[in-house]
Design a protein around this ligand. Structure first.
Ligand code: FAD
Length: 566
């Protein structure tokens, strides 16, 4: 049974940060907007994310006297994307990202601050900056959402201090790098949480949200201010094209199919295809598993990609994801990304031959790309890869779900984690035997890294050799904050999968955000943003926030185009 719903000027599919920003921009242009969301919660992966956005030449940094510029950012983007992306799209991004940010800051409840010390991911490239382009959301008081807080996809406990207290990326970095005053800062955050008596009576959740949860909550609140409807449990199925132009879409809602007619256009923002094993097998390098993805289960299954393809849309980068090594933890519904810990001194990553194959502190995209390359070279020995560390590391640093043993000793770890999440032995040889890694190779590698730790120079992979590696290093460890010896038993291993935080290929769009066919002609009235579109970053990850920044910016670009066409 098919029913016809109301018509709208614009329908936005999905409720990630890009989609919700686009709906705000459209509503502010006097357009009648609807958001449709498949899940029973809004926010998508964006709500679980770090919420960082990479906005070169932004107004926050300028106000601090920062020395970024359009030309510098263009030089860097061209170098990092290596000619793989149409330059017009790079210009569109750099032109619009700062304007988009200024608009949201001036007109909505969303507020950001510069993560001053967060460097671009490729510091060796021309135009790179050692900070100033990545923005970190301010904490947001979710009481402002009223009852709508119940529909907000909750943050992952892994992104909260002690699994429950909201903290910004700047707080987390200060604690991880053990910068001066970090203990006091943690005490203050804990006290603020505990002393919030009125909220404590209502919920264990912190009143404040942080990171991606703050981003999504403040956008949702801004949409409530504008009375923009958001339909949950509404599954987008198909686009309707009339005379070469998008005139509507079909959704499944309350058990029936509904047609929603649109006057100006549809903005697809329904995420990538990382949750579809069929599409992973079809497009991504092998081996690959849905369970290795750190994104929420079940929703991002490539609906936008398939609907666009059905109308002859061109695609790009389908064999790429926003790679990140992940660890699976029993009874958790999604994998955990291992972003920072790889740079901590005293942990190395080896393949089945016991050999290192990459700078462990490398950006997560490059890290997993190296896993695939080494897996190919070694005949299947690098997926999974193994993180190896010793008792000293275990005492002092976190790795995945293992908090430092000074806080969480092995005796307090869930029993089910032993030999699923971590392996432990008194000698490296015994450890290698447990995980089926070549023992002589591992001994040899550890001997070599211990030498590098003493000299401060990683002669094989230059770990700790640039400002990005050192961002997550331990500033108290000398001479290289990313290198320490592995020598004090017991020894530990953890399994790393070739995971992701979303796919990065999808419908090809032009510099106006419009979906194009193979011949470059536009599918009129159809726009794609976020991970259902082919990333403007090509195969690169120029800085923290390179997925959300473009999703929100191309939402801004798409709406401006709709306004011009109106
Ligand atoms: P999503 O945010 O996943 O939103 C897609 C929405 O569409 C979902 O709500 C989904 O339910 C809905 N949907 C899917 N199919 C349909 C359908 N058929 N009908 C209707 N709705 C549908 N990126 C950054 O830039 N900065 C960071 O700091 C950062 N940190 C991260 C940390 C973690 C732990 C993870 C997992 C990811 C992180 N990322 C970060 C990546 C980033 O979160 C994603 O790339 C981004 O959220 C993708 O945005 P999106 O809008 O395309 O998809």
């Amino acid at each position: 049974q098919v029913t016809v719903a109301d018509s709208y000027d614009v329908v936005v599919v999905g409720s990630g940060a890009g989609a919700m920003s686009a709906a705000i921009f459209a509503a502010d242009q006097e357009m009648k907007v609807l958001i449709v969301e498949k899940s029973d919660k809004y926010g998508g992966t964006s709500a679980l994310s770090g919420g960082g956005i990479w906005i070169p030449n932004n107004h926050y940094f300028k106000a601090m006297g920062g020395d970024d510029s359009y030309d510098k950012a263009l030089t860097y983007l061209k170098a990092s994307t290596g000619g793989g992306v149409d330059e017009k799209r790079l210009h569109a991004y750099l032109d619009n990202a700062p304007k988009m940010m200024q608009y949201l800051e001036d007109n909505t409840r969303l507020h950001y601050t510069v993560a001053e010390k967060y460097p671009d991911y490729y510091p060796q490239l021309p135009g790179a900056m050692s900070g100033g382009r990545t923005l970190d959301p301010e904490l947001f008081d979710t009481a402002e959402l009223g009852d709508e807080v119940e529909n907000l996809r909750p943050a992952s406990p892994t992104t909260l201090l002690m699994g429950k207290i909201a903290w910004t990326a700047r707080h987390a970095h200060k604690a991880m790098a053990k910068e001066r005053g970090w203990r006091l800062m943690i005490l203050w955050l804990m006290l603020r949480y505990k002393l919030d008596f009125s909220w404590r009576r209502k919920s264990r959740r912190d009143r404040r949200s942080a990171l991606g949860n703050a981003l999504v909550a403040s956008l949702r609140c801004s949409l409530l201010d504008r009375k923009v409807p958001l339909w949950l449990n509404t599954d987008f199925k198909q686009l309707i094209e009339t005379d070469g132009r998008i005139s509507g879409l079909v959704v499944e809602r309350n058990g029936s199919h509904q047609i929603i007619n649109v006057r100006h256009g549809v903005i697809l923002g329904s995420g990538g295809f990382e949750q579809s094993q069929t599409l992973r097998d079809k497009y991504l390098p092998q081996p690959t598993q849905v369970s290795w993805s750190a994104t929420p289960p079940g929703n991002n299954t490539g609906a936008a990609l398939e609907a666009g393809q059905a109308l002859g849309a061109a695609t790009d980068l389908l064999d790429w994801a926003w790679w990140a090594p992940t660890i699976n933890v029993p009874r958790e519904d999604k994998a955990r990304g291992v972003f920072a810990e790889r740079a901590f001194p005293g942990a190395i990553v080896v393949n089945g031959q016991g050999k290192r194959f990459v700078n462990e502190a490398a950006p997560y995209l490059e890290f997993v790309d190296a896993m695939y390359k080494d897996n190919e070279r070694s005949g299947g020995k690098s997926i999974p890869a193994w993180v190896i560390f010793d008792g000293h590391f275990r005492f002092n640093y976190a790795m995945g779900p293992l908090m430092p043993s000074q806080i969480m000793p092995d005796s307090r770890l869930p029993k089910a984690w032993h030999q699923t999440v971590y392996w432990k032995a008194d000698s490296l040889e015994a450890l290698a035997g447990q995980i089926d890694v070549d023992a002589a190779g591992l001994q040899d590698t550890v001997g070599r890294i211990n030498g590098f730790a003493a000299s401060g120079k990683d002669e094989d992979f230059q770990r700790g050799g640039n400002v990005f590696d050192r961002y997550y290093g331990d500033s108290n460890v000398k001479p290289n904050p990313c290198l320490a010896p592995i020598k004090k038993g017991p020894f530990y291993a953890m399994r790393l999968n070739a995971g992701d935080i979303g796919t990065k290929g999808g419908l090809l769009t032009n510099e106006r955000g419009c979906v194009v066919r193979e011949d470059g002609s536009e599918i009129e009235g159809l726009y794609a943003i976020g991970n259902c579109s082919a990333s403007v970053m090509g195969t690169s990850y120029p800085g923290a926030g390179s997925t959300l920044g473009p999703a929100m910016t191309f939402g801004y670009i798409a709406v401006n185009d709709l306004v011009r066409q109106r």
